[in-house]
Design a protein around this ligand. Structure first.
Ligand SMILES: [Cu+2]
Length: 675
């Protein structure tokens, strides 16, 4: 039966045997009149009518999906999820998915599911929003590389609003561009990259690093962990320009040491709290947090004060929400006690809201709690924090602002030694997977650990699962780490090739730096050792991606009170593997959600993505994310990039747009403004 069907369709002259879709034009049907090798799929409260219509693009039939009254859920027709009908695919290959359609609703998206050889059929990804069209329109979108353990995919067009979608003449073709390897001749750097220590010193103690949308980097010290500077009212910050290797010192109005920071939708930087006072010599009080807040404008390089928060928050979190507001939790108040106030900065009002206008669970999340925005608008508290034990319960949780609830998330290993760990949403954000790495405990002073944990936030009941162990590094005396020894204050950097670079860290708080760096591959779930930064990078260090695809590392503040002013630059292996693709034009740099954006490149690319610029301190950058942009390849170097319609996947603001070729070599980034 299978071979007969294949043979029959293989004779269809329209596709010349290259089309992997069975019954692509709905021409054959079963005894009930429903097209063979297609199935209905949907959920929620909509009313849906499926019909085989004669309003065809070609042949006799097309498929109509008419949806009414949907407020939750969606409906679609899909290639049937079985071995006869669902197209077979090869891991790492890419496919162009094409369809002709008419539509009366903007609420449609091309959706793909994959067949995992162990887990069975699972949702994979959304690829492209289809604009409404009265007359037949054709669209093509390229899949990301097929994940490992996938033998088939199925796909269709999802309707999640009221309207009628008619589709016909589906196509699917393998368009994999083989890697040539790029012909690397750089020796070890071909596989492990290389480090350069810049021949000049950082003028400020950079424990805070924020990449600005002009490609420069705001480095903030405030008092720089020097009580004398706070007493003297001498605060510092600087803007570093990687293009000219120059620093500009910036007038700094208050002690932004131990503040929080995040880029607002307009690209300015919101800074909250900082150090009101260091611990008193007589022990009468500990660190105290400022209630003040400022906005730094990259255009003027001036800090402007905004209204105060409700509490001080020394070591706060700062997460941008899908609507552009910022939520802040945790840290120490003006009286040195922990703040249980949730703070919300309204982007519309350009001010922090009064406490009674913000939902409150009165929960204490600790210092620099890592709160990651989920695609449904909730926040995932990853369990990463600074100074002390994990929160009571499982140490990780999901916070729902609208419902005003917190729910424990199980599975985090060693929750009380995740002090000074790092968490990161893995590439791509569409996969909704988070990894937590390393950590220790400042009170018990145990050796920092090697454990990692992974969570899939798309799951119905997300739970951490153990990940691979961090590779072990070398101590200052040349000894290799042993047993369970790992790192705290590890830095993670999302790279444009979809890998995660982890670097730096120490075995104990403010002592025993560990020289180790590796590349985590989210697809293979493996760490591969890389060249190591010759400069120790532990407490009060930061590493972040530059728009040119290199990584910059600053800081280190050991227990003797000194601060390392050397700057290191890491050149990843991908920059040794041949010519870089170049983005020669971006038709429009103001991007809206669900749009298709045309760019031109000078050579073929296989991937494009948005990477949010870093705003990192104390191994904490919960806004860090990498958002895949499925491609529609037009030919002649012209490519359309399909922007997700969900702002929770890519909160509003400036992003670095990278393109990547078949050798995994990224372009230099172009800045785009997603609103
Ligand atoms: Cu600190």
């Amino acid at each position: 039966m299978f071979s007969l069907l294949t043979l029959m369709l293989g004779t269809n002259p329209a596709w010349a045997g290259t089309n992997l879709v069975v019954n692509p034009g709905f021409e054959s049907a079963d005894s009930t009149g429903f097209p063979t090798c297609w199935e209905k799929s949907g959920w929620g409260n909509g009313t849906v009518a499926y019909s085989r219509t004669t309003a065809a693009h070609s042949g006799k039939y097309a498929m109509s999906v008419k949806v009414t009254g949907v407020t939750t859920g969606d409906d679609k027709v899909l290639m049937t999820e079985n071995a006869t009908c669902a197209p077979a695919v090869t891991p790492k290959h890419q496919y162009d998915l094409g369809v002709w359609y008419t539509s009366t609703t903007p609420n449609t998206v091309v959706t793909a599911f994959r067949h995992d050889i162990t887990a069975g059929w699972v949702y994979w990804t959304d690829l492209e929003t289809l604009p409404p069209a009265k007359a037949y329109q054709h669209t093509t979108v390229r899949t990301p590389a097929i994940p490992p353990n996938t033998d088939r995919i199925t796909w269709g067009v999802t309707v999640y609003g009221t309207g009628t979608l008619v589709t016909d003449d589906y196509t699917m073709a393998d368009v994999t561009v083989p890697s040539t390897g790029g012909g690397c001749t750089a020796g070890a750097a071909c596989t492990t990259g290389s480090w350069q220590v810049l021949p000049f010193l950082n003028p400020v103690r950079s424990m805070h690093a924020i990449v600005l949308h002009n490609g420069k980097v705001l480095l903030m010290a405030g008092s720089g962990n020097d009580p004398m500077k706070l007493a003297a009212g001498t605060f510092s910050s600087a803007v570093y320009d990687p293009a000219t290797s120059t620093f500009t010192q910036i007038a700094t109005p208050t002690d932004m040491f131990c503040s929080g920071h995040v880029q607002l939708p307009d690209g300015r930087v919101l800074i909250m709290s900082g150090t009101k006072s260091y611990p008193a010599a007589d022990g009468s009080h500990g660190y105290e947090g400022l209630i003040s807040s400022y906005i730094f404008d990259p255009a003027t390089q001036i800090y402007t004060r905004v209204n105060d928060m409700n509490d001080g928050h020394w070591y706060p979190s700062a997460t941008e929400m899908g609507d552009g507001d910022v939520m802040t939790f945790g840290g120490l108040k003006t009286d040195s006690s922990g703040s249980v106030t949730a703070e919300r900065f309204s982007t519309a009002k350009q001010q922090w809201l009064p406490r009674n206008q913000v939902n409150q669970t009165w929960s204490y999340f600790g210092l620099y709690p890592s709160m990651v925005l989920m695609q449904d608008g909730r926040l995932f508290y990853t369990g990463s924090h600074v100074f002390g034990n994990g929160t009571s319960g499982t140490g990780a949780s999901i916070y729902d602002y609208n419902a005003n609830t917190i729910k424990d998330v199980p599975g985090l290993q060693s929750k009380d030694t995740r002090d000074q760990s790092m968490s990161v949403m893995l590439p791509p954000a569409q996969d909704q997977r988070v990894m937590i790495m390393g950590g220790g405990n400042i009170y018990s002073n145990v050796d920092a650990g090697r454990q990692t944990d992974l969570i899939d936030l798309k799951a119905a009941s997300p739970a951490y699962q153990p990940g691979p162990l961090l590779p072990q590094g070398t101590m200052s005396n040349g000894a290799k780490e042993t047993g369970n020894q790992g790192k705290m204050y590890v830095s993670t950097v999302l790279l444009p090739n979809g890998q995660v670079f982890e670097t730096g860290g120490g075995l104990h708080n403010r002592q025993d730096p560990v020289f180790e760096a590796s590349m985590y591959d989210p697809t293979a779930n493996t760490f591969t050792s890389m060249a190591t930064d010759p400069i120790p990078r532990a407490y009060h260090s930061a590493s972040f991606l530059l728009p040119d695809g290199r990584v910059m590392s600053v800081g280190d503040n050991p227990g003797d009170g000194s601060f390392n002013m050397h700057v290191s630059i890491y050149t990843p292996p991908y920059l040794y593997h041949g010519a870089r693709p170049k983005i020669t034009a971006v038709a429009n740099t103001m991007w809206s959600y669900g749009s298709s954006q045309r760019i031109t490149t000078d050579s073929p690319i296989v991937r494009a993505e948005l990477i949010r610029p870093a705003a990192v301190t104390h191994s904490s950058d919960p806004n860090q994310r990498f958002v895949d942009l499925p491609l529609t390849v037009n030919g002649g170097g012209s490519v359309n990039l399909n922007v997700p319609s969900n702002p929770n996947l890519a909160p509003p603001g400036y992003y670095m747009l990278f393109t990547v070729n078949a050798n995994g070599v990224p372009s230099v980034a172009q800045w785009v403004h997603l609103m």
